[in-house]
Design a protein around this ligand. Structure first.
Ligand SMILES: Cc1ncc(COP(=O)(O)O)c(C=O)c1O
Length: 331
């Protein structure tokens, strides 16, 4: 055993420290990792580790942005209650930010989303109301299920004066989070070398915000969206399969925040492809993530295989949340 060493502080000279003042400072600045084991080249898949945010997903960024700017814009009074409809990840982010900014918080969520999400929201002190499914089944949440959670929230809003309704699907501060943080981080981390950016969409906040920033730096960066096969509404197709594994994305409706001006291409992904790459991320890369992350990597591989990006392209994508947010029932 090595001998213990003791450091004696003999004076009061200022020392540099590296201490975060709260969990809010843990949001963002996530690492970008090369998935060289899944895709050894030519070309590279670079993935932003959003599951490392303190609420376990990319949605911490939009939560912080929407609450911070609501306070600045005078829409959220000191100590006033907050409410949101969520598939879980946005709710975890909002519950975390609300706890740190001293706001009581209610989240309504379809019971078809995984129970881990409700547990996490409650762990941050929020009231999470689970709304029974009307169409899907556990792990497959449809637009009608989400609409039920929305109705429940509207009932609460009607009875609660001063309540701030976050409205992630139409709140411009959702996209702004990514235009101000995720996009610039990606550009800096790659030294500006990006041939394509590819992502699934829920509200479209992350895709639109990141793409807007990247295209301002370089309009030639190819921005590609991914939709579940059978629910490819942005690609202009009829919804034939509303049930899919990509919880938090692919709601079968063009999101209000979506902006066709920043999209170059739409791709689709099957449940089997998403699951295959979700599993490969764990086994080959040591990254235990959720289904939309698997969908993103499956699509990045297809894009590289297509050869349309030229020689040795770099594709950036997102690992949106942790695999711990899903239960066995939902696989
Ligand atoms: C797991 C997961 N992936 C992707 C997304 C899509 O993010 P956005 O709402 O920014 O489009 C979400 C949104 O909730 C999500 O929960």
């Amino acid at each position: 055993m090595a001998a213990a060493t003791t450091t004696t502080i003999t004076n009061n000279e200022p020392r540099s420290t590296d201490i975060k003042s709260s969990a809010l400072e843990l949001i963002g600045n996530t690492p970008l990792i090369a998935l060289d084991r899944i895709w050894p080249g030519p070309g590279r898949i670079l993935a932003k580790c959003e599951f490392l945010n303190p609420g376990g997903s990319i949605k911490d960024r939009s939560a912080y942005s929407m609450i911070k700017y609501a306070k600045q814009e005078g829409k959220l009074a000191e100590g006033a209650p907050i409410i949101e409809v969520t598939s879980g990840n946005q709710g975890c982010g909002i519950a975390l930010v609300a706890a740190l900014m001293n706001h009581p918080c209610t989240l309504t969520m379809s019971a078809g989303n995984s129970p881990q999400r409700a547990e996490m929201m409650r762990g941050f002190g929020a009231n999470c109301e689970l709304v029974p499914q009307v169409e899907g089944k556990p792990g497959n949440v449809t637009l009608r299920d989400v609409e039920k959670a929305l109705e429940r929230a509207e009932g609460i809003i009607a009875q609660t004066p001063n309540i701030f309704y976050v409205e992630q699907f139409s709140n411009p501060n959702n996209c702004r989070a990514h235009e101000e943080t995720t996009g610039p981080e990606i550009y800096r981390q790659t030294g500006g070398r990006i041939d394509a950016f590819i992502a699934t969409l829920g509200t479209a906040g992350s895709f639109v915000g990141i793409s807007r920033y990247l295209k301002r730096q370089n309009p030639n960066i190819r921005c590609v969206i991914v939709e579940p096969e059978g629910a490819e509404v942005i690609a202009g197709k009829e919804v034939t399969k509303p049930l899919h594994l990509l919880q938090g994305s692919g709601y079968g409706k063009v999101p209000e925040l979506f902006d066709y001006n920043v999209m170059d291409e739409a791709m689709s992904v099957t449940d089997e492809e998403a699951l295959k790459y979700k599993n490969l991320l764990g086994v080959k890369e040591g990254l235990y993530v959720g289904f939309t992350s698997g969908a993103n990597i499956a699509s990045a591989v297809k894009l590289l295989e297509s050869g349309k990006l030229g020689p040795d392209p770099w594709i950036v994508t997102l690992l949106n949340d942790s695999g711990l947010k899903y239960s066995e029932l939902h696989k």
